[in-house]
Design a protein around this ligand. Structure first.
Ligand SMILES: [Zn+2]
Length: 98
């Protein structure tokens, strides 16, 4: 990801601290959206994150790491069954960034 415009890119801004709190941005079409996140316990498999979009006050609960069960609360996911939040966090987790 990242090199092949105009696709989306995600990058960590701040690695998770001792409480699991960090931040990342998603770049898309020349726009940057910044998010803070906090890892939260996920008892049903995969990894859970509370993701807060800066400047909008929007909070999503995102779950990744289990392809059958990725989930997010945003409208995109509700409509399409996938979204930039699950794709982005899954990519960061695969890279070992989280
Ligand atoms: Zn989403």
């Amino acid at each position: 990801m990242g090199k092949t415009a105009p696709t989306r890119a995600i990058a960590l801004v701040r690695r998770p601290d001792g409480r699991g709190v960090g931040s990342f941005y998603i770049a898309s079409g020349g726009k940057f959206q910044f998010y803070t996140f906090r890892e939260i316990p996920c008892e049903i498999g995969g990894r859970g994150f509370a993701v807060h979009r800066l400047g909008r006050g929007t909070l999503y609960h995102v779950r990744v790491g289990d392809p059958e069960g990725d989930s997010c609360e945003c409208l995109g996911f509700l409509r399409w069954g996938r979204c930039k939040h699950t794709a982005g966090l899954a990519a960061l987790a695969r890279e070992g960034a989280l």
